[in-house]
Design a protein around this ligand. Structure first.
Ligand SMILES: Cc1ncc(C[n+]2csc(CCOP(=O)(O)OP(=O)(O)O)c2C)c(N)n1
Ligand SMILES: [Mg+2]
Length: 276
């Protein structure tokens, strides 16, 4: 198995363990972006846990901040903080809140969780990079439901005007938003055409296909003079069969039988209700 596939599997385990031991979280939202984050942090981003504020570091912003546990698992695996701290998630006094806090968690570049804010912030980071002639790139993940926010399209208008080819927006297109299907709430189709009309270079990819993600992210720039959006087709809840594409799991926690099934599917050990 590809080394990165093994990493992704480890991250999935850590996400599930962290959420179950912490007593709650958005499990399926975190599971849909595992391969994207793994490829970014272990092959693409120029980031160094020993110099987390280096001015030339690449920036990553998780605009869909409710999937913060996925980011925590990756940052811990990368060495930004001790993995044991994942065990504090959901406990009093933890730095690992339900939504990521840039003032508390090493490696977190923006406090997110209120949808529609991380993406405009990323556009600002990319503009600052151009103005300061810095070599860094900015990557951001937005949810497909999050793209219904007006602030997304305001920032999407702005980025091409400034030729922000140092900006890569990844849309986690899992076709669900919270407890329902995207099409039942506000359909986004034709999604790619909307971004094209706003002046973005658009690519579509299987968001769980590690070689395909590696290939597109490693093009520098993806399109000269234009910001790029990667519409990543993903499965909400990927890796836990009964959660995949079943909207009720957005908030719900597994019962004892479901915990057993998920542990077996992810390769975790379940002992007296505790995962390891
Ligand atoms: C401004 C704002 N409104 C509502 C919410 C509550 N909320 C959390 S997750 C979510 C669904 C977002 O859908 P999507 O971006 O597709 O994420 P996914 O469900 O696929 O993880 C909503 C509405 C929020 N976090 N911020
Ligand atoms: Mg979604």
């Amino acid at each position: 198995m590809d080394n990165l596939a093994l990493k992704a599997q480890q991250i999935r385990k850590d996400i599930f363990k962290t959420i179950c031991n912490g007593g709650g979280g958005h499990t399926p939202s975190a599971l849909s972006i595992v391969e994207i984050l793994t490829v970014l942090y272990f092959e693409i981003l120029n980031v160094d846990p020993k110099a987390p504020r280096h001015p030339d570091r690449d920036r990553f912003v998780l605009s869909k901040g409710h999937a913060g546990v996925a980011l925590y698992a990756v940052l811990a695996e990368k060495g930004f903080f001790d993995k044991a701290l994942l065990g504090t998630f959901g406990k009093p006094g933890t730095m690992l809140g339900g939504h990521p806090d840039m003032h508390k968690v090493p490696g977190v570049e923006a406090s997110t969780g209120a949808l529609g804010h991380g993406f405009p912030f990323s556009v600002g980071l990319a503009l600052a990079g151009k103005m300061d002639k810095r070599p860094y790139r900015v990557f951001t993940i937005v949810g497909d439901g999050e793209c219904q926010e007006g602030s997304i399209w305001e920032a999407a208008l702005f980025a091409p005007k400034h030729g922000l080819d140092n900006l890569v927006c990844i849309v986690d297109h899992n076709k669900f938003q919270a407890m329902d299907h995207l099409d039942e709430i506000i359909p986004m189709a034709p999604f790619a055409d909307k971004w094209k009309a706003f002046g973005w270079a658009v690519h579509e990819v299987d968001g769980h296909d590690i070689p395909a993600l590696r290939d597109i992210f490693s093009r520098r720039p993806i399109a000269p003079g234009k910001p790029a959006v990667i519409i990543a087709h993903t499965v909400k809840g990927k890796g836990i069969s009964f959660m995949e594409n079943v909207p009720i799991w957005h908030y719900r926690m597994p019962g004892p039988k479901e915990l057993e099934t998920a542990a077996a599917e992810l390769g975790l050990v379940l002992n007296n209700g505790v995962l390891s």
